[in-house]
Design a protein around this ligand. Sequence first.
Ligand SMILES: Cc1cc2nc3c(=O)[nH]c(=O)nc-3n(C[C@H](O)[C@H](O)[C@H](O)COP(=O)(O)OP(=O)(O)OC[C@H]3O[C@@H](n4cnc5c(N)ncnc54)[C@H](O)[C@@H]3O)c2cc1C
Length: 484
Amino acid sequence: MTRSGSDGNTEVREFGPAGETTHGRAPFALAPALEGELLVDEGSRQGCATDLGNLATGMPGAVLRPRSARDVAAMIRFCRDRGITVSARGRASTTFGQTLSEGLIIDTRSLDRIHSIGPSTAEVGAGVRWKDLIAVAFGSSPRLTPPVITGYTSLSVGGTLSVGGVGGLAGALHTGLQGDHVRELEVVTGTGEIERCSATRKRDLFEAVLGGLGQCGVITKAVLDLVPAPERARTYLVDYTDNATFFRDLRTLIERPGIDHVYATLQAPGAGATHRLNATVGYDPPGHPRDEVVLDGLSGTPAVGDTSYLDHLFTLDRLVEYLRGAADWDHLAKPWYDVWLPGTAMEDYVAEIHPALTERDLGPYGISLIYAQRRDLCTRPLPPRPAPDGSPWVYILDINTTAVVPGPDPGYAEEMLDRNRRWFTRARDRYGAVLYPIGSMRFAEQDWRTHFGAAWPAFQAAKSRYDPDGLLTPGLGIFPKTPA
Ligand SMILES: Cc1cc2nc3c(=O)[nH]c(=O)nc-3n(C[C@H](O)[C@H](O)[C@H](O)COP(=O)(O)OP(=O)(O)OC[C@H]3O[C@@H](n4cnc5c(N)ncnc54)[C@H](O)[C@@H]3O)c2cc1C
């Protein structure tokens, strides 16, 4: 099922061929009665056999489309009795097998109900896409929004809460991660118990599930913060060719009162601008932002745009939708590299990595992104972040590479996975980087222990308590089973 990588310290996840997994399909014939569906046909299983990265594959024995936490609990108990592994799958937008299992896949898209919207919270099924919650909350009176919104919003609530959820288009400067804005969760553990947990109730479970990569339970519902939403968004784009000037202006903008959000993109060196700042101010007419205040002291000539806040939040969704049609985006290999950097190291790290970045490192439809996150507003133990360095900021750097054409290309996959590992080892050892595990990184068991660092003992204790048989989410190899 797994094999060692060429450096003896890495793993590539491989699962058995279609219909011939060690768990097979036969055990599911005895599955309990469910409100939802249990699918064992080839098409349904094939549909959950890879992810957005198209680098790791694993044919499940069955796919559950639950209608309730009871369905999830019944199937987890069923699988536990038989030693069958179980993975939750949201939109499978992670890129290296994070959602795969050769046993049961819980396809949470069917947990798609927005149960309630109140004045400051929403209770939603784990399979609800952020874009659907955003649309409903924005349409309510008064207008509301989640405080932290990822760049792409066609992601499931359960999926982003399980990785952390960095504010790619809203939040981050004045908020924590999405996981910091969860009031309560309904979780089905690896023993098949349905639990409600929060910061004051079963806190160990709550903290092991938020940012916990599906290791200790399956989120079935979440109670999320909502805040007032602005009606419109004004955006300011400023281009740079010089790393130091870019970082000077980035630091100015993230500290400037009145700025709601800032992200940046990097292009490979060549002709033209290489770094672009993108700042946003939300507002309610007839008021409006004072451009001269927002832009005071910045270098370069900004382009100013103005749109409805909702349109602004769906910017990346429109781009992805376009690429789906134009470039078969879903089927391109995506060896994504995603890391946290300490605030004091970010400029130096980009100064080192950026000049060597090639067109191939990005690919024709790839993108490189920088997000600044206020450190002290991240209150949960997970996901792990860089050690404190005196800066109030931590940064995410994404180099979201895509292949040129769809289809398997083992040589390309190997080259890019080696690249990611090389980049990561250097970034960790020299700059104190920490993996943001949404991308494609070969990590062995010891790498995961190092990754979780001080959070490891509590995380391991939660795993032993809530998934004692190690059934849940084996795709990353965080808790590999010891051979009998
Ligand atoms: C275009 C694009 C833009 C992105 N922008 C951002 C961004 O701005 N900020 C950011 O933080 N991330 C961003 N991401 C990454 C994204 O947050 C993660 O890939 C996230 O996991 C996607 O959600 P999903 O529903 O696809 O999760 P999946 O890929 O389906 O699952 C991710 C992990 O969570 C587990 N899981 C899923 N659902 C549950 C559940 N209900 N209970 C327990 N475990 C579960 C899975 O087993 C898996 O280990 C982006 C991704 C894309 C494709």
